[in-house]
Design a protein around this ligand. Structure first.
Ligand SMILES: Cc1cc2nc3c(=O)[nH]c(=O)nc-3n(C[C@H](O)[C@H](O)[C@H](O)COP(=O)(O)OP(=O)(O)OC[C@H]3O[C@@H](n4cnc5c(N)ncnc54)[C@H](O)[C@@H]3O)c2cc1C
Length: 279
């Protein structure tokens, strides 16, 4: 199918992008890598009056590391982040998860912020953002606001981005000494969206944050205190309760029961891995 017609603004800088978004209001959409939006346009699941292309805005193409955090601009492609030489040391969880995000071809166009904005419940990058306790930096005309990842994802493909607003960047805390990270997922084929994905961060004190994607409408977190994470019986009890709390449903890809079992097994695996690889 072909998309409905729309106006196209190839913004050269932030002022131009924000003006076009302000003018377009509800009927304007950002296009970054187009890897999710273009199929939606083609199927007419999205019919924006104006598309604002942010991919040429130089100030959004930066990855910066300062004061214990990494800032990733909205035009940074997934493949550019994967090729960033500091990635494995500063953001080991993202380093582990990125190869699971689509295919080399989609990563070479799709942006990191676009994946977060799209908010597919099975997507890997929103899950990692949540587990790391990152922040979404939003811009609109004359206003910037910062939203913690925990408040950003409102439901399936629904976020806190308001009309006229765009994600300018993500801020992710750098890995600290003594932390460990692990990522695992099960998908039908490599490159498909996850049936269940798990990401874990273990603190130097042994406490663990586990995130699960692909089950509930948004990625969800389980916090385990150090003694609970270290004790297999307590850990498994908490994982079991967590698996039930996610409200898994049967669908074309998997049964609810299979998803719950994956949460238990992948959850255990990522927790153990994150604890054992603490540097
Ligand atoms: C074959 C295929 C397989 C894929 N597999 C996976 C997978 O396994 N895991 C996965 O996570 N993803 C997967 N994807 C999706 C891919 O990762 C996309 O790149 C990503 O979801 C969207 O990024 P994008 O830059 O292309 O955004 P676009 O497609 O340009 O935009 C997506 C949505 O986000 C909005 N948006 C984009 N940027 C901003 C911004 N800065 N501010 C506000 N709104 C914004 C757009 O308006 C649109 O609603 C797959 C895609 C394809 C085509």
């Amino acid at each position: 199918m072909k998309p409905a017609s729309f106006d196209f603004v190839a913004a050269r800088d932030m002022a131009e992008a924000l003006a076009a978004l302000r003018e377009g209001g509800d009927a304007a959409r950002v296009i970054a890598g187009g890897q999710s939006l273009v199929p939606m346009l083609n199927m007419r699941l999205a019919t924006p009056a104006t598309l604002v292309d942010i991919s040429r805005i130089e100030e959004l193409r930066r990855i910066e590391s300062a004061n214990g955090a990494v800032t990733i601009g909205a035009a940074v492609r997934q493949a550019e982040l994967a090729a960033w030489p500091d990635l494995a040391v500063t953001l080991p969880l993202i380093h582990a998860a990125l190869p699971w995000v689509g295919h080399m071809q989609t990563r070479s166009r799709g942006t990191v912020c676009g994946s977060v904005a799209h908010a597919d419940p099975s997507a890997e990058l929103p899950l990692c953002l949540l587990v790391l306790g990152g922040t979404v930096i939003l811009r609109r005309h004359r206003r910037t606001r910062e939203v913690p990842a925990e408040e950003f994802f409102l439901g399936m493909m629904s976020t806190d981005v308001a009309p006229g607003e765009m994600i300018a960047a993500l801020s992710l805390p750098q890995a600290r000494p003594g932390e460990g990270h692990a990522f695992a997922e099960v998908a039908r084929r490599h490159g498909d969206f996850a049936i269940v994905s798990c990401a874990a961060k273990a603190g130097a004190d042994g406490a663990v944050t586990l995130g699960v994607g692909g089950v509930a409408d948004t990625p969800r977190l389980l916090e385990l205190a150090a003694d609970a994470a270290a004790d297999p019986a307590t850990r498994d009890d908490q994982l079991n309760e967590f698996a039930w709390s996610l409200g898994a449903r049967d669908d074309l890809h998997a049964t609810a029961r299979y998803r719950r079992e994956l949460v238990r097994r992948l959850g255990r695996k990522t927790i153990e891995e994150a604890l054992s690889c603490r540097a």
